[in-house]
Design a protein around this ligand. Structure first.
Ligand SMILES: Nc1ncnc2c1ncn2[C@@H]1O[C@H](COP(=O)(O)OP(=O)(O)O)[C@@H](O)[C@H]1O
Ligand SMILES: [Mg+2]
Length: 278
């Protein structure tokens, strides 16, 4: 694409995550991500917006190596994590935690077991999810899991089966499970898309709180533009696999939003107009 907008902010610490020329071409030839240069600091709360198919999910999935990039590189705290396999890859997925629109809990297990399973995935190799995995965990592990449940405000639901919970509560369990991994970066792909507005707000507040209290940077793909602008201190606009806007939430205008969501035909003249705002 042509004109891009990037508004830089100064940070005291070094970046937690950095990409250079990051790209993903799927085996069928779709270029879903193109030449993405992106830097993330620990205090940042980022909303990623853009039309369906813009490449938002591909971007996040590359960052935690759920999918393998085909170009460029990703650094996590200065370490190249782009192409590792085996234990290295496992460690990346633990350090770059992610939640999804569908909460991906184990329905018949308790809330606490689900949160413990978050730690288990990364700490032990072989375990079958029997009727109770709780007893397999040392006390400290359970304390950590309870602490994570407390942070999302549902410790009182610890012993309920996950599938008896509302959508909003299940997403909070998923957040607690990710927190239990002790991630360095927290990714969320459309985390509120299947929630009612009240639950959606609660989930966004929790993610913001995690960012502010624990200094874990958060990147959220959001379809709901109003939530994206309300919570995102930094907004990334994607179109056609590229980052075409990167700036502060307060700097974004309706024109910029229209441009990010627009097809490409009017791109050039819009970009001229946006220069006045940027
Ligand atoms: N596994 C895949 N194989 C081939 N193409 C894919 C795959 N996943 C996504 N795509 C394509 O990549 C592009 C970006 O998709 P995606 O990252 O899901 O965008 P978004 O999350 O912004 O809707 C789209 O054209 C989509 O059809
Ligand atoms: Mg998506």
């Amino acid at each position: 694409m042509g004109q891009k907008i990037s508004i830089k902010t100064k940070h005291r610490d070094g970046p937690v995550l950095r990409t250079k020329g990051l790209g993903k071409t799927y085996p069928n030839g779709t270029k879903a991500l193109k030449d993405v240069d992106f830097t993330l600091h620990s205090d940042e709360f980022v909303s990623v917006i853009g039309s369906s198919g813009a490449g938002k999910s591909t971007f996040l999935r590359c960052l935690n190596r759920l999918i393998r990039p085909t170009e460029g590189m990703i650094e996590l705290q200065g370490k190249n994590i782009t192409y590792g396999n085996g234990n290295g890859l496992k460690q990346v997925r633990q350090q770059v935690g992610m939640i999804f629109q569908q909460f991906n809990l184990i329905p018949r297990l308790s809330v606490l077991s689900n949160v413990l399973a978050g730690r288990l995935r990364f700490n032990q190799k072989h375990i079958s999810y029997g009727t109770s995995i709780i007893r397999l965990f040392p006390k400290l592990e359970k304390e950590i899991a309870f602490e994570c449940l407390k942070q999302v405000g549902i410790e009182h639901l610890a012993f309920q089966r996950a599938d008896t919970l509302s959508g909003g509560q299940q997403q909070r369990v998923a957040i607690a499970r990710t927190l239990a991994q002790e991630p360095k970066v927290f990714l969320a792909d459309e985390p509120i898309s299947s929630l009612d507005p009240h639950s959606a707000e609660k989930v966004m507040e929790i993610l913001l709180q995690i960012n502010q209290d624990q200094k874990i940077p958060v990147i959220i793909n959001l379809h709901h533009i109003d939530f994206a602008l309300r919570y995102g201190r930094r907004i990334i606009g994607m179109a056609d696999g590229e980052i075409i806007f990167d700036g502060k939430g307060k700097d974004i205008t309706q024109d910029i939003v229209d441009w990010i969501y627009q097809g490409q035909e009017e791109e050039k003249c819009k970009a001229e107009r946006i220069r006045a705002y940027a």
